[in-house]
Design a protein around this ligand. Structure first.
Ligand code: 6R9
Length: 645
């Protein structure tokens, strides 16, 4: 742990919304008087009917979370219409295509017309308030239009990352019973085509209930259209007007569902609602990135993840910002792409993930230093802990030591950033997400739930609600309570471990449950295991994470084969391809170890703690193995581990 502290640069502090004293005063007020604080900041949005109640939340018994509950508003009106009078001709979205010669500016006025058209297409196909709409689109402006169009008519969108397999897509469509799917013919990433429509066809072959598939033409590649079910977006859009009145929604009406992995079972449909989410996304976007009118802002995430929801679309557009949408990948045509795009569009605020930083760091400084990057003012990081080495490279080489790095800790469930520096207020320590945002009350507890004070290490919980918090798991409120509020009664359990230092700074140490974080993507080890055991030659599987230079964590699979099956290299490849097909490329195993037996307790529980240590090559610290049914299994696994890379 480097003990280096980076003070706030004077130039940044001068221009910023808050300095350290202001942060402390605002934070104090936000936790002492949440009704007063949020009552005031909620006014940053345009309400159709203003709220009179602010916070009504309970973590135990019977979890119930409501914010601004008697207010009404419309999200698309807040993200578009209210800017038209003053910013109609301002760029809302800069689209930077996969091909470096393909880019386009979309003004707020154009965005209004596009979203209205899309909303009218949805209506023409029977979509009404409260209906679920599944979006399986690549990073093209239509993805943002589709999201905002749903909010305009009061439909609930569920975006499925365009890298997920047909099976994963089918499960998510079925869980929320969408009758309509929005997709594209093909996606385009790093010069390669992604067969989106074909994936939708394969998904819909497995499940019923979908009546309409709307297809955006992206590449013009050959695809199959099913008569009576599939329609082209451009043909439908030509039939409808570019004006659509926004639906009046209650603050607690559902806004979107986003599926995310947990430690057990199938992915959970995290549900966010309208008012609190938008207040929180827009406020964090302004303060965390010190966003000022006129800034060009770029978040490199995909709209398929929560970061894309809150910090490509909703937060920035609610603030009337210019937000850049990038279709491509960081390393194509070469590893300088990010910095070329920064120069091309004069990006001021740049927000990316540690895995991207590590891979670009590995590609050498030349790609960076041959660009100017003079426009950059603030850098951000999200998705996983950033190791100090990558932090320092980002700071020194990319940011030329001028730009504060905001290391933002949050989750799909939290809707927006919870622990983070503020550029003008917080001295930085590489690797620390530093201090809580306004209204956020983190605490550290031990395994029994006892609060730990001062400098300490343990499990991270949040003791009270903030407006952006998820409200439930779609269709399963009991699982919501069970997953997040039962480990420690009356506290929101994050699933993360953390350390708090003597300055009250938080250092997130990673998941303490059976969730792994691969290149910033969350994955339940149970999901990979169930994909593996679905293979006819596999009898049992246990999956753990292990340290990976670029991805942060890699996927390590222990596989026991059916009797008589040969443990060959060819079979390893077959299993990797299998998981890739079952879940999607992000779930492809990195290492497979054939294991004739797995370490189990006498009651038959797999001892993952031991498997994790072996995968990490830490044979000296296996801990207590005395409760194992057959301790010899461990020696066997260690011998074989040493033969793997
Ligand atoms: C926004 C997002 C959430 C999990 C979270 C934690 C990890 C995210 C982090 C971080 C350390 C950061 N995580 N940001 N860990 N420092 N700045 O990533 O949401 O996909 O739901 O993942 O990611 O482990 O619990 P999501």
């Amino acid at each position: 742990m480097s003990g280096e502290v980076f003070p706030v640069p004077a130039s940044v502090a001068e221009a910023a919304y808050v300095d350290d004293a202001a942060y402390r005063a605002m934070y104090q007020r936000s936790v002492e008087d949440p009704d007063g604080f949020w009552g005031e900041h909620g006014k940053r949005l345009d309400w159709i009917k203003p709220y009179t109640k602010v916070k009504d939340t309970r973590y135990a018994p019977d979890v119930s979370i409501k914010w601004f509950e008697d207010g009404t508003l419309n999200v698309s009106a807040n993200c578009i219409d209210r800017h038209l009078a003053t910013r109609g001709d301002k760029t809302a979205i800069i689209f930077e295509g996969d091909d470096p010669n393909d880019s386009r500016h979309i003004t707020y006025r154009e965005l209004h017309a596009e979203v209205c058209r899309f909303a009218n297409v949805l209506k023409a196909h029977g979509v009404k308030k409260g209906d679920r709409v599944t979006i399986y689109l690549p990073m093209i402006p239509e993805a943002a239009y589709a999201m905002l169009a749903c909010t305009r008519v009061g439909a609930i969108h569920s975006i499925v990352f365009a890298g997920f397999s047909p099976d994963s897509l089918a499960g998510r469509i079925e869980d929320c019973a969408s009758k309509i799917v929005l997709t594209a013919d093909e996606g385009l990433r790093g010069g390669r085509k992604v067969a989106l429509k074909a994936n939708v066809d394969a998904a819909l072959a497995k499940i019923g209930g979908v009546e309409t598939v709307v297809v955006v033409k992206r590449t013009g590649g050959a695809i199959a259209m099913t008569e009576g079910r599939d329609v082209w977006y451009h043909e439908e859009a030509a039939k409808v007007p570019a004006d659509c009145p926004p639906e009046e929604m209650n603050a607690e009406d559902p806004l979107f569902i986003l599926y995310t992995s947990g430690s057990t079972g199938k992915p959970k449909g995290v549900l966010h609602t309208t008012g609190g989410y938008l207040v929180y996304a827009s406020m964090t976007h302004q303060y965390v990135f010190d966003y000022h009118d006129g800034d060009v802002y770029w978040c490199t995430a995909d709209v398929g993840w929560v970061t894309g929801h809150s910090y490509i679309v909703y937060g920035p557009l609610a603030n009337g910002a210019t937000t850049l949408m990038f279709e491509g990948v960081p390393t194509w045509p070469d590893a300088g792409r990010f910095w070329q795009v920064v120069d091309k569009h004069k990006v001021n605020i740049f927000y990316t993930a540690p895995t991207a930083i590590r891979s670009l760091m590995g590609a050498g400084n030349d790609h960076v230093t041959k660009t100017s990057r003079a426009s950059l003012r603030i850098l951000g990081s999200v998705g996983e802990p950033i190791n100090p080495e990558a932090w320092l490279w980002y700071h020194n080489v990319v940011g030329q030591q001028r730009c504060p790095i905001v290391d933002t800790w949050w989750q799909t469930e939290t809707g927006g950033i919870l622990i983070t520096p503020l550029p003008g207020a917080t001295a930085l320590k590489p690797g620390s997400a530093t201090r809580p945002f306004f209204g956020v009350q983190p605490a550290v507890v031990d395994a029994e739930g006892k609060f730990l004070e001062g400098a300490t290490e343990g499990n991270l919980v949040i003791t009270d609600s903030w407006p952006g918090q998820m409200r439930t798991i779609y269709g399963d409120h009991e699982r919501f309570e069970q997953t997040y509020f039962s480990t420690y009664k009356g506290l929101y359990f994050t699933g993360d471990g953390c350390r708090r230092d003597e300055d009250g700074y938080y250092w997130i140490t990673g998941r303490v449950d059976d969730v792994i974080n691969v290149s910033g993507h969350r994955m339940g080890t149970a999901e990979v295991e169930s994909a593996l055991v679905a293979h006819p030659k596999v009898s049992e599987a246990a999956v753990v994470g292990y340290p990976h230079d670029i991805k942060g964590q890699g996927i390590y699979c222990y596989v026991t084969l059916m009797a008589g099956e040969e443990p060959t290299e060819a079979l390893k490849k077959e299993l990797k391809d299998w998981v890739r097909r079952e879940i999607g490329p992000i779930a492809t195993p990195d290492l497979i170890q054939f294991a004739p037996g797995l370490p189990k307790t006498r009651s038959g529980k797999i001892m993952r703690r031991i498997l994790r240590k072996i995968a990490e090559n830490e044979f000296g610290s296996l801990g207590d193995t005395s409760t194992l049914a057959d301790p010899a299994v461990v020696t066997d696994l260690i011998d074989n581990r040493q033969n793997l890379k």
